[in-house]
Ligand binder design. Structure first.
Ligand code: FES
Length: 504
């Protein structure tokens, strides 16, 4: 049977859109939340429960960003996170991260149950395994660091995987669920009783003041305070873009001819990492990550994942494929708190390092506590304004890379291709009097041309042929072939251009 692989996540495929209205006119509330993913919706719901009137403003559809494009793992055991945090920040930081992550997992379970969300939650063991003899030390170190951080991990669990492993550490009672349905359930719980959810409302501006103003093309929310929960922060104040590196990773879902997907959710300890998960009936594989906008030429992430799946399982078909982006903080701790030091009107949560389902939940706990004046035991630890002296070299490397992309791209000789030479399904850079133009030819032969200057800070975009998007190597903004923003921090579309010269 010939089937077609869906070019989106399986979580997006079967969640009906609720169809919340877009923002128009002026709406007044206590707290405006920008971003309708797990972080924004969970924060909004916790605030609503505390008697706060909230309005969530989502650029696209609730839960349709990275909240609906992931492996569905809600876990406090996260590859080799505890060894790294203990090494870079000390044992107390690792213990805080463990307690916060565990609270995040349990909050998700509690909200799913209490709100009656139809999201198929299943308790599973999370596993970090050694895929080679060389990775065994990393697994043992992770077991020790996680145990010291207070997690009841077990070493040498049998990870139920169809290939050899060389040791594994496991943590029971973690969660798998349908992440987009969970987001939809959160949104339904937020809406009503003076609280609002708006979709298809991209925020262009946030003005701090009394009140703050959150502005879209069609409307404004006025609020005492604002939470920026856009995954990668959309405001340049706070200089988050200098402290985060966006990375992109890829996923495939496979229907098996024989056998069932593994009962555990697993990830290998080394690099590149292979991540295994499951829906109710499909195997999910993830990996092949790279800095956003900077995939090595010749790499084929979906082909690699598909080959891995076929090597180890009896795959009947690859049903879905998708990718997602994550901001990695320079010092490897999430950033949750006020946007700028000393100011308490705008808040942010970001830097989840690919473990956003548990981290977004504990970020929401911290944000809700800060916004309602309750003490929170982890707020200082994850404050965006901490100083991480030991991570200074990483910070320097990040910004050198961005500078090199900014300057290097301006110096690089342009591609001299003309539009006539662009084959269907491919893109080229063409230089003419308009400057550098990105030209993509679709399968029907139609040309799509856009300016290639990222509308965030002006880096030159590169074509991502796996996703057919124009991606920014500096901070990870992404645009479709007609210039619409797919991913921030950019909030404005690329100017569209007439295809230079001719058409085929
Ligand atoms: Fe910052 Fe493009 S995302 S310059």
């Amino acid at each position: 049977m010939q089937t077609t692989t869906a070019q989106h996540s399986l979580w997006l495929a079967d969640t009906p859109d609720a169809g919340y209205p877009s923002l128009s006119g002026t709406t007044r509330c206590d707290v405006a939340v920008v971003g309708g993913g797990w972080t924004g919706l969970t924060t909004a719901l916790l605030l609503k429960r505390a008697g706060v009137r909230v309005a969530v403003v989502e650029a696209a559809r609730v839960g349709a960003g990275v909240s609906g494009n992931n492996t569905a793992k809600v876990s406090a055991l996260q590859a080799t996170m505890y060894s790294r945090i203990a090494r870079e920040h000390g044992a107390a930081a690792a213990a805080d991260y463990a307690r916060a992550s565990t609270a995040g997992v349990e909050l998700v379970a509690e909200l799913a149950a209490r709100e009656g969300i139809d999201c198929d939650p299943r308790r599973r063991t999370a596993v970090t395994y050694a895929s080679t003899e060389q990775e065994r030390d990393a697994v043992e170190a992770e077991a020790e660091a996680a145990r010291e951080a207070g997690l009841e991990v077990t070493l040498d669990v049998g990870p139920d995987l169809p290939f050899p492993t060389y040791g594994a550490v496991g943590l029971d009672e973690q969660l798998l669920l349908h992440p987009r349905r969970y987001a939809a359930g959160l949104a339904a719980a937020v809406e009503g009783d003076g609280c609002r959810v708006f979709e298809r409302s991209r925020v262009r501006q946030v003005r701090e003041g009394k009140p703050c103003r959150v502005v879209t093309a069609e409307g404004t929310v006025t609020a005492d305070r604002v939470v920026i929960a856009t995954h990668y922060p959309i405001l340049d104040r706070g200089v988050f873009f200098a402290r985060l590196e966006a990375t992109r990773a890829y996923c495939v879902a496979a229907r098996l001819r024989e056998g069932t997907p593994p009962a555990v959710m697993a990830i290998s300890a080394g690099s590149p990492a292979w991540s295994t998960s499951a829906s109710a009936d499909l195997l999910i594989l993830a990996g092949q990550s790279h800095p956003a906008g900077r995939r090595e030429a010749g790499t084929r992430p979906y082909d690699e994942l598909t080959a891995f799946a076929r090597r180890h399982w009896e795959v009947e078909e690859i049903t879905h494929r998708w990718s997602a982006q994550d901001p990695i903080p320079y010092d490897h701790l999430p950033m949750i708190g006020t946007y700028r030091p000393g100011l308490d009107r705008v808040y942010v949560a970001t830097g989840y390092q690919k473990w956003g389902l548990s981290t977004s939940a504990f970020a929401a706990i911290i944000l809700a506590d800060l916004l309602t004046g309750k003490p929170n035991p982890w707020a200082d630890r994850f404050s965006p304004h901490r100083l991480s002296v030991r991570a200074a070299p990483t910070l320097a490397r990040l910004n050198t890379t961005v500078a090199a992309n900014l300057v290097g791209d301006r110096l690089r000789a342009p591609d001299t291709t003309t539009p006539a030479d662009v084959p269907p399904g491919e893109a080229r850079v063409v230089r003419d009097r308009q400057g550098k133009t990105g030209v993509y030819r679709d399968e029907d032969g139609k040309l799509h041309a856009v300016s290639l200057r990222c509308t965030h800070l002006g880096c030159l975009l590169r074509f991502n042929d796996a996703e057919r998007s124009w991606d920014c190597p500096c901070h990870g903004s992404r645009f479709d072939v007609d210039g619409a923003v797919l991913e921030g921090p950019a909030t404005r579309p690329l100017p569209r251009r007439e295809p230079p010269g001719n058409s085929r």
